[in-house]
Ligand binder design. Structure first.
Ligand SMILES: Nc1ncnc2c1ncn2[C@@H]1O[C@H](COP(=O)(O)OP(=O)(O)OP(=O)(O)O)[C@@H](O)[C@H]1O
Ligand SMILES: [Mg+2]
Length: 494
């Protein structure tokens, strides 16, 4: 992959629409159909000087030094796919997305916002469609291949939760050019905030959460501070928006200190005002009763009791309302299901020496580290020399995204090897969070303090006693040091 172009490049992303269904329909003939698809795509890429960066299952990621070549390859691919004879019940329809940008070239491919952008543009399309970002459009509009025209599909917010962006479609003579509306965020009401950084990985967690939400009305994402609960719930919210006629609404409870203000915060998020002397909760329930809506109750851990009561009252009276909460612990309401947000996948540092760089950068924690390090220091890259230190950092920080972001922010001032050795004093090292982040997410210590301060005095004592164990404990051992009257409240004799 040493010959991949650098500088301003054009990405071409493809995948097969409905590939899972296709697999079911074709069963053992699928592999053969997939091979034919690969052959047609590779021929088109090769003819127009495209280079394959990655290929997973039915998806291709290719790069071009010239945007015009990327367009020609996309058109040639759609023509070849349309002309090919597929099995009767297994038509292969491919969506293609093109985007031009200046990503950072790493030893194993590319990183940066433009990579995610290109993939999201492709995902917004339908089988047979070719979508272009406006940067690609600007480069090719006066030099389109014969029989090809461009038209605008307007501004869209993609499911990466970034700013709205214009999207364009190529029209190819003699091929179908009418497609359903794009799979973007625009069609349902919501208040999902723009994210300034890219979302990494978590494909299976998103699938699991979506699956749970299809049958459960109160799902709480739990997990340690900074493990990515909020970000995961926003991403799930973006992906399921289509399923909720009345939209997805984020209620940010982190800044709410008083439980008495929870109802008001939810109501004002939804634009509901107090009506005379009527209790606001009643007005809120009346509003939500006929709605098919998903509420994201974010950061409930300091308001567990109040959130539990509200969730119970709303779900009881509003049959098509669902709640996706995020909290360092579950709300404890009947019918609630909790889902522990998993840590990001990370390599075992002992195996790093044996892993090729391409494989190392498939791990989510490593991808997040590189992505954020590049934001701070654009020339950062993972090499064979510093890979073990990057793996060590991801491992020592348990794949916790916030901690990894804080560590990556340090590459401006020191090498990854220096960061790795200084992690023994991680509270001192991990202090350089974004000024716009929540105060408790600006340093690792503040993150832990927020959780610690939510403990009762007895829980704090229990934690202090448990700290004598290094690397875990058994129930019996814990009972020996933690079961006296100071920790356990003796129940009054019956
Ligand atoms: N999959 C991801 N891809 C990219 N960034 C992520 C991902 N998950 C989390 N982050 C980033 O890590 C940081 C912490 O994530 P987040 O705020 O979602 O954690 P949290 O579990 O909600 O934390 P808290 O317990 O403090 O509420 C944020 O800056 C977020 O953008
Ligand atoms: Mg959160």
């Amino acid at each position: 992959m040493a010959t991949l172009p650098t500088g301003t490049v054009t990405f071409l992303f493809t995948d097969i629409e409905g590939s899972t269904q296709l697999l079911h329909q074709l069963s053992d003939r699928y592999a053969n159909v997939l091979a034919q698809h690969h052959q047609l795509l590779r021929a088109a890429l090769e003819t127009y000087h495209g280079q394959e960066v990655d290929n997973q299952g039915d998806a291709f990621f290719a790069v071009f030094a010239r945007a015009g070549d990327a367009v020609s390859a996309a058109v040639a691919a759609q023509r070849a796919l349309a002309a090919h004879t597929w099995p009767e019940e297994g038509q292969v329809r491919v969506r293609i997305g093109l985007h031009t940008g200046e990503p950072t070239r790493t030893d194993s491919g590319y990183v940066g916002m433009d990579v995610h952008r290109g993939a999201r543009i492709m995902a917004a399309g339908h089988g047979g469609q070719i979508l272009l970002s406006h940067t690609t459009r600007d480069l090719v509009e006066n030099n389109l291949p014969p029989g090809v025209a461009l038209h605008t599909l307007g501004e869209h917010r993609l499911k990466d939760l970034q700013q709205p962006t214009p999207i364009f479609q190529l029209e190819i003579k003699d091929l179908p050019n009418d497609f359903p509306p794009l799979n973007t965020l625009s069609r349902r009401p919501h208040n999902l905030p723009v994210q300034l950084t890219s979302f990494i990985g978590r494909e299976s967690a998103i699938q699991e959460v979506k699956h749970l939400l299809s049958s459960i009305r109160l799902l709480t994402l739990t997990g340690a501070g900074g493990c990515g609960k909020t970000r995961l719930s926003l991403q799930v919210g973006a992906e399921v928006l289509e399923d909720y006629d009345d939209g997805v609404w984020l209620v940010e409870l982190a800044p709410v200190a008083d439980p008495a203000l929870i109802v008001q915060t939810v109501a004002s998020t939804l634009g509901i005002r107090e009506q005379g002397a009527r209790p606001l909760l009643e007005t809120l329930i009346d509003y939500l009763k006929p709605k098919t809506l998903l509420l994201l109750l974010d950061n409930c851990e300091h308001l567990l009791e109040g959130c539990a009561q509200l969730a119970h009252a709303l779900l009881k009276s509003c049959p098509t309302l669902k709640i996706l909460a995020s909290s360092r612990e579950g709300l404890g309401v009947a019918g609630e299901q909790t889902y522990r947000a998993p840590s990001l996948t990370r390599p075992d540092p002992k195996l790093v020496a044996t892993l090729p760089l391409e494989q190392l950068t498939q791990y989510e924690a490593v991808r997040l580290f590189i992505d954020r390090a590049v934001l701070t220091s654009p020339h950062f890259s993972v090499t064979n020399q510093n890979a073990p230190a990057v793996a060590e950092i991801c491992h020592r920080l348990d794949g916790i995204p916030l901690a990894i972001e804080l560590a990556a922010a340090r590459v401006k001032a020191m090498s990854v090897e220096q960061i790795s050795t200084r992690l023994t004093d991680r509270f001192r090292l991990l202090t350089g969070g974004s000024r716009t982040a929540l105060p408790r997410q600006q340093t690792l210590r503040a993150l832990i303090d927020w959780s610690y301060d939510l403990l009762s005095d007895k829980e704090k004592l229990l934690l202090a006693r448990l700290s004598v164990f290094a690397g875990g404990w058994t129930l019996e051992a814990a009972e020996k040091v933690c079961s006296d009257d100071a920790v356990i409240e003796l129940k009054p004799e019956a």
